[in-house]
Design a protein around this ligand. Structure first.
Ligand code: B12
Ligand code: SF4
Length: 650
C-alpha cells in the first residue's frame, strides 16, 4: 500500500514556520524550526511491505497538488490543536475530490477534535500510535478498519522505533536550510499536574523513557545526516532526574566524539535549578537553551494554575542559577489567571528584565479542552466559544474570561507587553546581562568557533542584514551583544548568535501576533454580543453512559475494599465519578488504564476526606462486583448532582 503522511501548516502558524518571516532567512524557500518527528516515527511503525511518503507543508507548501495525483491508499494527517482548520480543509478536499485514499488523523490535537467534525475523517487516532497504527494497517488490509483507535495503555518507549529520517534525508542537513534543528525524543509524560496543561492526559503523569542507547543512536544518525542543532522534544526532560543524568553522561561522551559538538535545546521544569550536578552535565552536553515553564511571577496565580513546583522556590534565584552554568532560560509565561490583574504585565516585564531572560514567550491563559481549568471556567460561565475563523490562533486569543480584567484588557495588555519586551534594545541589555552572569564555562570540546563555520551561509546573510538593512536599534542590539561576548566570553559566541536568531524569531512572531490580536479586538469590541459564552453544563456524555457499567465497577471495586457502609460507599463513588467526568467526560472514548489510575486516585482522595462510619458487621454489599441496580442508581444520582450543581452556579 502507498501511504502519505503529512503535517498540515496552519495559515495562522506563528511558531513552527515563523522562520520564513525572518529577514535574513528569507533565502530559504520555505522552512520550519523543527522537522515532523511524529511523521517519521509513524513511518517507522509501518511494516516494510508498505511504501511511505512524507509531506511537511511547513517545508514544502500546500499538499493539494500531491493529493490530486490520487496515488495513495492512506492519507495520514498529524495534527496539533492549532492546526484544526487546515486539517479539516485537507480532509474536505480529499472527500470533495473523491480521492481513493482513506483519510486518517492522529497527533496530540485529536483530543481537541470536536465530535461533529470527525465525520470528515475515515479514522481518528487518539493518543500515541505505537500499538494502534500497526493494528490499523492490519485491519485496513483486511477491510475492517475502525472509525477510531485509542492507545489503551501508555506504550513502553522502547517499542518506539528509530524514526525514518531517511525519508526526508535531503531536507535534513543544516546546509539545506529547510529545518532549524533536528528532533529527538527521550521521554514522554510529566510527573506534575498543572491545571492548564494537557500533556498529562495525552502522555501521562509517569515519565516513560527511551533506552539511552537508542537515543544516542538517533543523535548519531542526525549528526551523520548533517544536523548541527537538535531539539530534545520531551515534555519534561528532567521528569526523572536520575535517568536524565545517566543519559547526559552518555551524551557528554558522544557529543565530544563529534568533530563539532551538536547544540541541544530542550524543555524542563524549574526544579532542575536545585541540582548542580544535573546543571553541570547539561552544560557539558552543550545544552545551550532550556524552555522552562515559569508561567507567573505571582505566587497566587501559580497556585491558581496548580504550578506547585514553582511556588516552592525563589524563581529569580532559580533562573540565575541555571544561567550561571551558561544555559539560557527560555521563560514561558502566562497572564490571565484569576489572581492576575492589570499590574501583572509590568511585574512580568520587570522580572524578565531583572533576571536577563534571553528568549521568551508570553501568552494569555488558554483553557485547552478537558484540562482542570477548562472545567473550572466552563462551570463558572467564563469559557468562551472560539469562532471557526479564530480556532487556529492558539495562544494569541484566549477562550477564557479573566476574573480581574476584561478579555479586551487582557489582550491589549499583552500587545503592549510584547512591544516592550521584544524591543531590540531591551533584549540587548538582557543578553549582555546573561553573558555577565555566567560563572562556569561549560566543558565542551572547543569547537564553538568551528561551529560558526558550519552556519556560514546564514551568518553572512545575517551580518549583511544587521550591517546594511536593519533599523539602527536592531543594528546596535546585534553588534553590542556580539561585542560583549567577544570581549568577555568568546566561547559563548555561537550561543549568542543562536540566541539572537531566537530573539528575531520571537520579535517577528509577536509583531504578527499583535497584528492578529488587534484585528480580533476590533471585531470583539464592535460585536460584544457575538462573544458566545459556552454552555455551563457538563452533562454526562453519551459515550460515558454507554461505558457506565465498566467505569462504575472500577470505582466500586476500589471503594468497596475500604468502605462497607452502603450510603457512604455510594457517596464516595458519586463524588469520584463527578471528578472523573469533569476531567475526562468531553474526550472520553473508552476506559483506558490511565483513566483507571485516575479513578483509583480520585476514590482514595475522596475516602481520605470522608468520615467513615464504623465497619458494619452485617454489610450486604458484594466485594467482587457491584450489586444489581448499582449502575442505574449511580447514573440517576450523577444526573441529579450535575443538575443541582448547574443550578447552584447559575
Ligand atoms: C517539538 C514540539 C514543537 C516544535 C515543532 C512541532 C512540530 N510541528 O513538529 C515547535 C517548537 C515548533 C512547537 C511549536 C508549537 N507547539 Co509544540 N510541541 C513539541 C513537542 C515538545 C514534541 C513534538 C514531537 O515531536 N513529539 C514526538 C512525537 C513522536 O509524538 P506525537 O507527536 O505525539 O506523535 C505520536 C502520536 O501522537 C501519534 N501521531 C502523531 N501524528 C500522527 C499521525 C497519524 C496519521 C497517526 C496514525 C498517529 C500520529 O503517533 C506518534 C507516536 O506515538 C510536543 C509535546 C509532545 N510530547 O509531543 C509539543 C506540542 C505538540 N506542542 C504544542 C503546542 C500547543 C505548540 C504551539 C501551538 C505552541 C505555541 N504557543 O506556539 C506551537 C505550534 C507550532 C506548529 N504549528 O507546529 C502542544 C499541542 C497541544 C495539543 N493537544 O495539540 C504539545 C502537545 C505540547 C503541549 N501539550 O503543550 N512544538
Ligand atoms: S510541568 Fe510542564 S509539562 Fe508538566 S504538567 Fe506542568 S506544564 Fe505540563
Amino acid at each position: 500500500m502507498k501511504i502519505l503522511l503529512l503535517s498540515p501548516q496552519s495559515g495562522d502558524d506563528v511558531a513552527n514556520s515563523i522562520i520564513q518571516q525572518i529577514p535574513f532567512m528569507k533565502w530559504r524557500k520555505s522552512a520550519a524550526l523543527v522537522p515532523p518527528l511524529a511523521l517519521v516515527t509513524v513511518a517507522a511503525l509501518t511494516p516494510p511491505e508498505h511504501e511511505v511518503y512524507i509531506h511537511d507543508e511547513h517545508a514544502h507548501g500546500p499538499v493539494e497538488p500531491i493529493l490530486e495525483e490520487n496515488n495513495y491508499d492512506i492519507i495520514g494527517i498529524s495534527m496539533i490543536a492549532n492546526e484544526l482548520n487546515r486539517t479539516l480543509s485537507i480532509a474536505e478536499f480529499c472527500k470533495k475530490k473523491e480521492l481513493r485514499g482513506r483519510v486518517v488523523v492522529g497527533g496530540a490535537g485529536t483530543a481537541h477534535l470536536p465530535r461533529q467534525l470527525r465525520q470528515f475523517m475515515d479514522t481518528v487516532f487518539f493518543g500515541e500510535a505505537e500499538d494502534t497504527w500497526p493494528q490499523f494497517l492490519k485491519d485496513f488490509k483486511e477491510g475492517r478498519q475502525k472509525s477510531h483507535y485509542q492507545q489503551i495503555s501508555k506504550p513502553d518507549m522502547s517499542t518506539s522505533p528509530i524514526p525514518r529520517w531517511d525519508l526526508i534525508r535531503n531536507d535534513l542537513p543544516a546546509s539545506a536550510g529547510v529545518y532549524g534543528a533536528g528532533a529527538v525524543q527521550t521521554t514522554r509524560g510529566c510527573p506534575y499536574d498543572c491545571a492548564f496543561c494537557d500533556v498529562i492526559y495525552i502522555y501521562g503523569r509517569k515519565p516513560r523513557t527511551k533506552p539511552i542507547e537508542q537515543v544516542m543512536e538517533e543523535i548519531r544518525i542526525l549528526e551523520a545526516m548533517g544536523m548541527r542543532d537538535i531539539f530534545i522534544a520531551d515534555d519534561n526532560f528532567a521528569g526523572t532526574r536520575r535517568r536524565a543524568k545517566e543519559l547526559l553522561r552518555e551524551l557528554v561522551k558522544l557529543n565530544n566524539s563529534f568533530k563539532v559538538p551538536i547544540r541541544f535545546m530542550t524543555q524542563a521544569d524549574i526544579s532542575i535549578s536545585c541540582d548542580e550536578e544535573l546543571l553541570e552535565l547539561m552544560a557539558d552536553s552543550n545544552l545551550i537553551d532550556i524552555l522552562v515553564g515559569i508561567e507567573s511571577i505571582n505566587k497566587d496565580s501559580l497556585k491558581d494554575l496548580h504550578k506547585s513546583q514553582n511556588v516552592r522556590l525563589d524563581v529569580h534565584e532559580a533562573v540565575r542559577k541555571i544561567q550561571s552554568y551558561g544555559i539560557a532560560v527560555m521563560a514561558s509565561m502566562i497572564i490571565g489567571a484569576d489572581s492576575d490583574d492589570r499590574s501583572t504585565f509590568k511585574r512580568t516585564a520587570d522580572f524578565v528584565k531583572e533576571v536577563n531572560i534571553t528568549d521568551h514567550s508570553c501568552h494569555p491563559l488558554v483553557a485547552p479542552s478537558g484540562t482542570k481549568i477548562w472545567y473550572q471556567f466552563r462551570r463558572e460561565g467564563r469559557l468562551v466559544v472560539i469562532d471557526k475563523e479564530s480556532r487556529d490562533k492558539f495562544d494569541i486569543l484566549t477562550n477564557i474570561i479573566p476574573k480581574q480584567m476584561t478579555r479586551v484588557e487582557l489582550i491589549e495588555g499583552l500587545i503592549d507587553y510584547w512591544e516592550t519586551v521584544f524591543d531590540p534594545l531591551h533584549y540587548m541589555e538582557r543578553a549582555i546581562g546573561f553573558i555577565k552572569g555566567v560563572k562556569r564555562k561549560p566543558r565542551v570540546k572547543q569547537a564553538k568557533l568551528r561551529s560558526i563555520w558550519n552556519h556560514r551561509k546564514m551568518l553572512v546573510r545575517m551580518f549583511w542584514y544587521f550591517l546594511v538593512q536593519a533599523t539602527p536599534d536592531h543594528r546596535e542590539a546585534f553588534f553590542k551583544t556580539f561585542g560583549a561576548a567577544l570581549r568577555s566570553a568568546p566561547y559563548m559566541l555561537s550561543q549568542i548568535i543562536f540566541l539572537h536568531i531566537r530573539f528575531m524569531i520571537f520579535h517577528t512572531r509577536y509583531k504578527i501576533s499583535a497584528k492578529l490580536a488587534r484585528e480580533h479586538l476590533a471585531w470583539e469590541r464592535s460585536h460584544p454580543d457575538e462573544v458566545q459564552v459556552a454552555d455551563r453544563s457538563v452533562p454526562i456524555p453519551r459515550e460515558v453512559k454507554e461505558s457506565a457499567r465498566e467505569i462504575f465497577a472500577a470505582a466500586y471495586g476500589r471503594v468497596r475494599k475500604r468502605v462497607s457502609d452502603r450510603e457512604t460507599l455510594y457517596k464516595v463513588v458519586i463524588e469520584s465519578m463527578v471528578d472523573y467526568i469533569d476531567r475526562f467526560g468531553e474526550s472520553f472514548q473508552q476506559l483506558d488504564e490511565h483513566h483507571r489510575g485516575y479513578i483509583n486516585e480520585s476514590c482514595d482522595r475522596t475516602i481520605a476526606h470522608t468520615s467513615l462510619p464504623e465497619a458494619s458487621a452485617t454489610c450486604d454489599l458484594p466485594v467482587e462486583s457491584p450489586p444489581p441496580g448499582f449502575e442505574r442508581e449511580i447514573l440517576d444520582r450523577l444526573d441529579q448532582t450535575f443538575r443541582i450543581r448547574e443550578a447552584g452556579t447559575a
